[in-house]
Design a protein around this ligand. Structure first.
Ligand code: GLY
Ligand code: MN
Ligand code: MN
Length: 465
């Protein structure tokens, strides 16, 4: 158990206090077969289940009774056959006790408990399903068909969970620091291990190895490519060569399942080319401008706009954009080069609580998601609060397909020098991403600094080659 029993007890009390009546159903995750049942994917418990019940084990569910305050875990202890294959482990009862839960029932009793509550007219609050088996279970247990589940999901429960999980406690921050430190090592491994003639897959292996050595695993599939303009590129089949830029976006989750998420972009050669250096510096300026401005009360949407203006102003200096910078950003012209959001909440999920609904996590009644291309991908727009943990990840990308499409449409032609873009067609992309905790004073870098100035990155690369 990551935290003392009192942590889980307090969390459940805090959850109940926000809700009126009925039962809360929390489904844990099951094992999932890759190509046959016994050959499973890496097991990952549901983060909300883990947050309130602490047990990192497949095949469990919990009911929290809002009126009585009692929590019951449903699951089956290991059979002798299981023990032969996977070894003896602490019982569910022992694990539950460590989370302050004394009631444990066999899995088969879950349906009875829910049906009995429903027959008395009691509400059962449930969260949005994100796995097929959750949908089947809601269907079986609650009688709600998959196509109706989204509409009947409990918005009060979603909001209550988001309110609690958005504010990271001191003990959670310790776990996040651990995760980001492992993440730091993953990035240093990439920066030290990349070399002309080696494959992207080879460096991906070095990065993954650090995540496993940190005791946990990856917080998301590694993005590592000389084609950094492909935002989430999971192909690692190219061979690096002199003059390439390598983008690595990766993170670890530690055993407590808290995660890290960083990006570094660096030259495969010992130094950046002049052209690469110029674009890199703009991304770094955008990253640093936001970091300097982080503080409670600031809408993250304003930070996104700030980074967009730094990017547009820098690209104007290079002659790739033109016209009034503020106007260009307000109209969304910069999104040709920066077509994603500045960052997102991070916690047990790398995009924290995304399964509960991005708009509940990142927006509120006063700050709503933009409809503009690019800014619409911003996952966090609302005002920052102490205890938020988030990423700062601006980038500049030259995406040939997007450039061709916009040029053919004459899109934002008053702000973009399409003729000059030809020289950047094969440039790739640059992103720089760091993880920050919002405190009363401003932003606190999680983990240790990993080189990101041009000089510091080149120093690491020189030493590596
Ligand atoms: N790891 C994907 C992202 O940076 O959000
Ligand atoms: Mn990332
Ligand atoms: Mn990220």
């Amino acid at each position: 158990m990551t935290f003392p029993a009192s942590t889980y007890t307090q969390r459940r009390k805090g959850l109940i206090a926000q809700l009126d009546k009925g039962l809360i159903l929390l489904l844990g995750n099951d094992e999932a077969g890759m190509n046959y049942g016994a050959n499973t994917y890496f097991y990952r418990q549901d983060s909300t289940f883990l947050y309130y019940c602490g047990i990192d084990q497949a095949g469990l569910a919990a009911i929290i009774d809002i009126e009585s305050g009692e929590t019951t875990i449903y699951g089956d202890e290991l059979s002798i056959d299981d023990i032969v294959w996977v070894g003896q482990q602490a019982t569910i009862r022992d694990k539950a006790a460590k989370a302050g839960i004394t009631a444990v029932q066999p899995a088969a009793k879950l349906a009875d408990a829910l049906k009995s509550a429903q027959s008395k007219g009691r509400a059962v609050h449930y969260l949005p399903p994100y796995r097929g088996e959750h949908q089947l279970k809601y269907w079986d247990l609650l009688g709600i068909a998959p196509q109706d589940q989204k509409a009947k999901v409990s918005v009060p429960l979603i909001k209550a969970v988001v309110a609690q999980r958005s504010i990271k406690s001191a003990e959670e921050v310790i776990e996040l620091e651990k995760a980001v430190r492992v993440t730091n090592r993953m990035h240093l491994a990439a920066m030290r291990g990349a070399k002309p003639g080696a494959s992207e897959a080879y460096v991906t292996g070095l990065v993954h190895s650090e995540a496993r050595a940190g005791g946990g695993n990856l917080s998301f599939p590694i993005i590592l490519s000389v084609d950094g303009q492909i935002l989430h590129n999971h192909h690692h089949d190219k061979v690096m060569k002199e003059g390439d830029l390598l983008l690595c976006d990766s993170g670890a989750e530690v055993l407590s399942r808290y995660s890290g998420d960083m990006t570094r972009t660096f030259p495969v050669s010992a130094t950046f080319t002049q052209k690469q250096k110029e674009v890199y510096q703009i991304v770094l300026d955008a990253n640093m401008a936001v970091i300097d401005a982080l503080k409670p009360g600031v809408p993250y949407r304003d930070m996104h706009d700030l980074s967009s203006r730094v990017i547009a102003a820098g690209l104007k200096e290079l002659g790739l954009m033109k016209g009034d910078v503020d106007e260009a950003v307000a109209k969304g012209a910069h999104a040709l080069f920066f077509p994603h959001g500045l960052g997102h909440m991070m916690g047990m999920d790398v995009h924290d609580m995304e399964n509960l609904g991005e708009d509940y996590v990142g927006y509120n009644d006063s700050i709503q998601r933009s409809k503009l291309f690019g800014t619409a991908y911003l996952r966090l727009g609302r005002e920052l609060e102490p205890g938020f943990v988030l990423t700062v990840e601006p980038g500049i990308y030259f995406i040939p397909e997007l450039m061709d499409m916009w040029q053919a449409e004459g899109k934002h032609a008053e702000y973009i020098n399409y003729d000059k873009l030809k020289a950047y067609r094969d440039f790739g992309g640059i992103r720089i991403e760091d993880d920050y905790l919002i405190t009363a004073e401003g932003g606190h870098l999680l983990g240790d600094p990993v080189p990101k100035t041009v000089a510091d990155v080149e120093a690491v690369r020189r030493a590596a080659l």
